[in-house]
Design a protein around this ligand. Structure first.
Ligand code: URA
Length: 246
């Protein structure tokens, strides 16, 4: 924040739509420094103004944490002159000026992406020293052998000599579809695709399904986003076994 329109601040902090926020203002339920304010466009200084809303325990949230189900075709950046970005998908009621994605997914990768305006939180997720595991579901062009899995789980060496940390892999074959759930704690460029590439395989589609113990909400369609709960925010920093991700 700290200065923003009243309707936007209410929408963000009371978890209501902008339309509902405007109605709350019209109804005279909102006081700034003790005075009822009836204008949605009133500028609030959240550092200095006291906001009271009937029926809400109103506390200004310092940061926002969003889960996005990223579709194909959008890039993990804050802005781009020609291509749509993940920030373009965030609805008005969650939008803040300084939002950015926590890390990157390739343009053609789908699934769980966190978006925030909290740099320290993002750093904790991305920094290798914090060991946050990310789980991907890869549809492969060829079957994966037991030996392949052993190599991935031992720490595969990529074509350019880069050695990866050990991964955890769960593999399934059904109706001629070869699917591997792979859990890694690094974020090297095109890492999952390169790991399977080093085995002579190819990733036909890639979806991130989990970060730490936080799973992609199955109710979110591709392109949709929602705020994380307090509990979900912390789940990112706990771990569970790969078998529990199913
Ligand atoms: N690994 C990849 O190859 N691509 C992604 O988008 C994420 C991990």
């Amino acid at each position: 924040m700290p200065k923003d329109r009243l309707d936007k601040i209410l929408a963000l902090n009371c978890n209501v739509s902008r339309k509902e926020a405007r109605q709350m203002i019209k109804d005279g339920t909102v006081r700034i420094n003790g005075q009822i304010i009836l204008k949605a466009e009133y500028t609030v200084d959240t550092d200095n103004d006291t906001v009271d809303v009937d029926g809400y325990d109103f506390k200004v949230k310092e940061h926002i944490y969003i889960m996005l189900n990223k579709p194909q075709g959008v890039i993990s950046a804050t802005s781009d002159p020609s291509k749509p970005t993940v920030i373009d998908l965030i609805p008005d009621e969650l939008m803040r000026r300084s939002l950015f994605p926590c890390g990157r997914l390739d343009r053609d990768t789908t699934g769980l992406l966190l978006i925030t305006d909290d740099g320290a939180y993002s750093h904790r997720i991305m920094s290798p020293s914090h060991h946050v595991f990310k789980t991907y579901e890869a549809v492969l062009s060829k079957p994966l052998s037991a030996n392949d899995i052993e190599i991935l789980e031992g720490g595969i060496t990529l074509g350019d000599g880069t050695v990866c940390l050990p991964a955890k892999v769960k593999y399934a074959e059904e109706n001629g579809v070869y699917t591997a759930a792979i859990k890694i704690r690094e974020g090297k460029y095109h890492q999952v695709k390169r790991m399977f590439g080093a085995l002579g395989n190819n990733v036909d589609s890639l979806r991130r399904i989990q970060i730490g113990a936080l799973k992609l909400d199955p109710l979110l369609n591709e392109g949709e986003s929602r705020e994380l709960t307090e509990k979900e925010k912390e789940l990112v920093f706990s771990d569970d076994t790969l078998s529990e991700t199913e």
